[in-house]
Design a protein around this ligand. Sequence first.
Ligand SMILES: Nc1ncnc2c1ncn2[C@@H]1O[C@H](COP(=O)(O)OP(=O)(O)OP(=O)(O)O)[C@@H](O)[C@H]1O
Ligand SMILES: [Mg+2]
Length: 302
Amino acid sequence: MMARDPDDRNPASKPRETEETDTTMATAQLEDELITTEVETGSTERAGRPDETVVATTGLTVHYGDDQALWDVDIEIPVHKVTAIIGPSGCGKSTFLRSINRMNDQIDGCRIGGELHFHGKNVYDEDVDPVALRRKIGMVFQKPNPFPKSIYDNVAYGLRVQGKDDEVDLDAAVEDALRGAALWDEVKDKLDESGLELSGGQQQRLCIARTIATDPEVLLMDEPTSALDPVAASKIEDLIDELVEEYTVVIVTHNMQQAARISDKTAVFLNGGELVEFDRTATIFENPADDRVEDYITGKFG
Ligand SMILES: Nc1ncnc2c1ncn2[C@@H]1O[C@H](COP(=O)(O)OP(=O)(O)OP(=O)(O)O)[C@@H](O)[C@H]1O
Ligand SMILES: [Mg+2]
């Protein structure tokens, strides 16, 4: 059965203590690129075979101080698919997402255990540069967080800090990224205007353009539509459908229908930070193995 009414559990109005962190992290993700070296990733072939794993964790644990937020997570995320992460508030979805590109490194007291492989290489090995890793695994946050710069400069930002603005045709790269984020037609005549003057949905697509401009392989999206109206959210969903041709998408959502609509696989985390079930999305929503998953997606708790 499909979930009944997902939106009544959508916590878009819950207090967010993370907005500033999100902007800081987005900046950190794009800055200091000049000093980085290429992360060793094994194969960097974009066109993966169906169900080839791009990110795999074994026994992944995350602690914040004495509190354990994730317990022994084993998961294999397939390349060029949309993987949805669902579960009640506080179950560790954002923590899990941030562990994939080592954004948790920036949180004091956060400790990671177990292994997290990107193309077979443990990203927590000492020789992996987290900044280079974040260039391969970009992140889009819940609240659109364009920089207070022009639309053009937002998209060009990452290429400039990487020093690539001499190597590439910046105008063409900006246009490509904006087209890739389905925003070009709406902004092509006002590239010099501030990104902050766009609507919320446009700002989120601008943030997606900013992220894909530096050519990542994986896009992590943490509730990317929950601050948007339904029309803007639907545009992002359509966009994700297109993005997955070129990227691997991992999306956290509280919206069950959204997960069911757009994802190929769904991971269900439950309270305490346990990955309870991970399977094809149709299986999770129609015939989950775990009773707790069935209870959660039918709204009995969470
Ligand atoms: N920066 C932090 N410092 C300390 N504890 C944290 C931090 N971030 C998250 N936690 C704790 O880790 C647990 C998981 O939080 P997380 O934000 O990953 O949950 P979530 O599933 O994303 O929740 P939501 O749906 O509300 O976004 C919670 O108990 C939370 O209080
Ligand atoms: Mg979260």
